[in-house]
Design a binder for this molecule. Structure first.
Ligand SMILES: Cc1cc2nc3c(=O)[nH]c(=O)nc-3n(C[C@H](O)[C@H](O)[C@H](O)COP(=O)(O)OP(=O)(O)OC[C@H]3O[C@@H](n4cnc5c(N)ncnc54)[C@H](O)[C@@H]3O)c2cc1C
Length: 416
């Protein structure tokens, strides 16, 4: 069913009783051309682009829980393409371009809002680093502007400009950055994939990977054995566990990241602001709640909840940047499992095992990458090789010594 003004009018006149479910609930078939493990944003986007761009529709997405229960429905919804390194920048900019046409493309309102993102800086050294990043972005044709303290004040007057310890000196802004309603992204890709013939199978946990003569031939699941010609891992925070079923050890650590939402407020923040020193980021949702987050909890975990010390740490950073936040009530907080890689950059690649592909290592920045990740992964699976855009996101870069360390932190996954 296409969503348009005519279907809206027709359904309004019939009391909204005839809308079809956005996707089917099929029983798993005995085998598929491609089985994707993980019905998060990346898995669903991969299925969508496999069908749309490559005509591969005999595909199943296996999700152990309900669709959107993972990080795709838990993130703070920020999109941007303010990356500096060669291997990252064109990829994230391609993602931004896909976001810009996504709602028309998959015929679903994902509330893509290019309200801009403002990264504050607080010292001369940080200004220089941001200027360098902005220049690298502009060389790649990505929009970036460096603004001074007074220009920041004009846009967001309620920040703490009197903060003696971390004075705001200015900001790097990307006006095309912003937010997207995260679960609508899962629903839109799911609907688009399903309408092209992809089977989305919820409550179907992959429990084992079956190999014959060194090749993957299928998966054992909580709903029985499912054969496949190609197996695409896309399990984000659970990637290490799933890869271990094929005896693969990944250069990843799983960490928990928390997010928070406040009570609804009148509109007062019309952009995304990030705090350069306190690692705090905030936007205001269309319902009025402040959506914000900070650092990961800092210990390995598969739990989707965090600890109180990090709650305190994040709120302290928020109050230090926007003192008025101390009077706002927090409604909810939650956690998600982050697949933190050793250099902070992702992996989209074939593996050394025949028929098995890998997509992981998104750290806490994979939401913005969802369309490009699906697009490039679909290419890699269909053509059995990397597209130029993900040509540096190879698994063997750690062995070869070609890190993509955007933050310059070294092999410390908890710091990326
Ligand atoms: C609190 C928080 C805030 C964030 N904020 C941002 C942000 O502002 N901007 C940004 O760009 N990124 C952000 N991220 C990161 C981003 O959400 C993730 O990097 C991205 O969503 C990961 O890809 P995914 O959507 O496919 O993951 P997921 O949605 O987690 O998908 C993986 C799926 O695999 C399933 N799975 C796992 N094991 C199995 C199995 N054995 N069998 C079957 N299924 C399995 C899981 O149930 C899950 O649904 C944030 C993350 C969190 C947690």
């Amino acid at each position: 069913m296409s969503y348009n003004i005519f279907s809206l009018a027709r359904n309004a006149l019939s009391g909204h009783k005839n809308w079809q479910p956005a996707w089917r609930e099929p029983e798993p078939k005995a085998s598929y051309d491609v089985v994707i493990v993980g019905g998060g944003g990346h898995g669903l986007a991969t299925a969508y682009y496999l069908a749309k761009e490559h005509g591969i529709t005999n595909v199943a997405v296996l999700e152990k829980s309900w669709l959107g229960s993972g990080n795709i429905g838990r993130n703070t919804t920020i999109i941007r393409s303010n990356y500096m390194l060669e291997g990252n920048n064109p990829f994230y900019e391609w993602s931004m371009k896909l976001w810009e046409g996504l709602e028309q493309d998959f015929n679903f309102n994902a509330m893509v809002s290019q309200r801009g993102i403002m990264n504050l800086f607080h010292s001369d050294a940080q200004r220089d680093a941001f200027a360098r990043r902005g220049n690298a972005m502009r060389i790649h044709g990505v929009d970036a502007e460096l603004i001074d303290r007074e220009q920041v004040r004009e846009k967001v007057p309620f920040l703490s400009f009197d903060n003696a310890r971390f004075p705001i000196q200015g900001a790097l802004i990307q006006k095309r950055g912003g937010t997207v309603r995260h679960d609508a992204v899962a629903w839109g890709f799911a609907r688009g994939a399903d309408s092209r013939g992809v089977d989305i199978i919820q409550n179907c946990e992959v429990q084992g990977i079956k190999m014959e003569a060194g090749k993957v031939v299928g998966v054992e699941t909580s709903r029985g054995y499912i054969g496949c010609n190609k197996l695409a891992l896309c399990a984000a925070g659970n990637s290490s566990e799933v890869a271990a079923m094929a005896d693969m050890k990944l250069p990843l650590e799983s960490h928990v990241l928390q997010a928070f939402v406040s009570e609804g407020l009148k509109p007062y923040l019309d952009t995304v602001v990030t705090y350069g020193v306190g690692h705090f980021y905030v936007s205001q949702s269309d319902k009025g709640g402040l959506v914000f987050g900070g650092d990961i909890d800092g210990y390995n975990s598969y739990a989707r909840r965090g600890g109180l010390p990090t709650v305190e740490h994040v709120i302290e950073a928020g109050v230090s940047m926007i003192p008025g936040i101390s009077r706002v009530k927090i409604l909810r907080s939650w956690g998600g499992i982050m697949d933190m890689s050793m250099d902070g950059s992702p992996i989209i690649d074939k593996t050394h095992i025949d028929n098995m592909y890998l997509n992981c290592g998104w750290c806490y920045g994979g939401f913005k990458a969802t369309p490009a990740s699906g697009w490039c992964y679909a290419w890699t699976i269909a053509k059995d090789g990397a597209h130029e855009l993900n040509s540096q996101m190879r698994l063997d870069r750690f062995r070869r010594g070609y890190m993509m360390d955007e933050k310059g932190m070294g092999a410390q996954p908890n710091l990326h």
